[in-house]
Design a protein around this ligand. Sequence first.
Ligand code: TRP
Length: 448
Amino acid sequence: MVQLRGSATGGSLDEIDAAVRMLLSLKLSYKTTTGQDYQAGLPPTDLALINNGTTKEEDEDFVDPWTVQTSNAKGVDYDKLIVRFGSTKIDTDLINRIERAIGQKPHRFLRRGIFFSHRDMDQILHAYENKKSFYLYTGRGPSSQAMHVGHLIPFIFTKWLQEVFDVPLVIQLTDDEKYLWKDLTTEKAYEYAKENAKDIIACGFDVNKTFIFSDLDYLGSSMGFYRNIVKVQKHVTFNQVKGIFGFTDSDCIGKISFPAIQAAPSFSSSFPQIFNGKENLQCLIPCAIDQDPYFRMTRDVAPRIGYPKPALLHSVFFPALQGAQTKMSASDPNSSIFLTDTPKQIKTKINKHAFSGGRDTIEEHRKYGGNCDVDVSFMYLTFFLEDDDRLEQLKQAYTSGELLTGELKKVLIETLQPMIAAHQERRKQVTDEVVKQFMTPRKLAFEF
Ligand code: TRP
């Protein structure tokens, strides 16, 4: 039986939200195991037949900005997602072109398919090759103080993009979104935004080239920004957002109009102080693929309000410790490695919770080898171990059975411990004063 949390007097909004999501995901699991839609009171029929592999694989993955779920231990089928979302795969040709344009080895996230899909990246490269400028836009919803390593993926990559292309960057902290979706006061959401900004700044962004803003703070003070919000609002119907985001008649109107707020930073005129009022600068958005619905909407509206469509680079999800069926979530402490974890916590969590693709006994493991496709420690190493040759050696040794799960976990622990300690050290240097500098609307070190 599903246990709904919350007392007899009623749970908090957050709890109800979580319970509803859990029910939806149970319905999905029901459908993936039985092949049938869940109907209360009606037990599944013909189970034996359905379990014989007649379940449609297309039905297995669920991805939207709030939920990521699949029944496949290897994780979401990203090739299918590309087809479903209508984006384009980042192939070797594109990676080679990026390498030629920047004259450097592409980031390991590109080399390893972690950023795997795009929209109009060829246009960005064309602009860059012709000495035309563009800017970067990414963001984060500050739902709590606790950020985990998965949250760093888009920021690590954005920092690299900023460095190699030398372009301005705007980072949106959607504290308004978290106020609307979670059980939070506006004050708390704004506080989380400033706290999260410290972790983002600790990724190494250049203060002269980066503007970080809280929606609650910046929106009201920027005419350019608000004008773009209403322009988007005028060109998207309720019916469209229902179709894209699954909103229903009982969602508050704040949620229904929020997508316009996440769309607005894709247009350079939202930041007159940075772009000197220029309206037609091309924007590139690195983000996890679950944010794509916002930008599909944005790209649809852009030409109708006289702006260029933003280009996109999409990343895969960062898997939970328990396995790639879902992404790492800050609300489940055991599913995540937090940026505040001590070396000891990191070690214990990995040893205790990281899903293993190894065999049950050492004898079997030596004989049949481990499975890197489902092994979470190996997946994490593909994100964080820089050395390509070492990664390949580990893969071969694990697959052949020469390397045991405990040994693979040790490599991961020794990779993450210094990385997180270094992050904590850099974060300590980020004072409130530094945060204020990044968050002050101002001209950046670029002429427009
Ligand atoms: N909605 C995103 C979240 O909840 C935050 C966000 C806003 C974002 N703008 C963005 C993420 C642009 C990526 C790119 O995390």
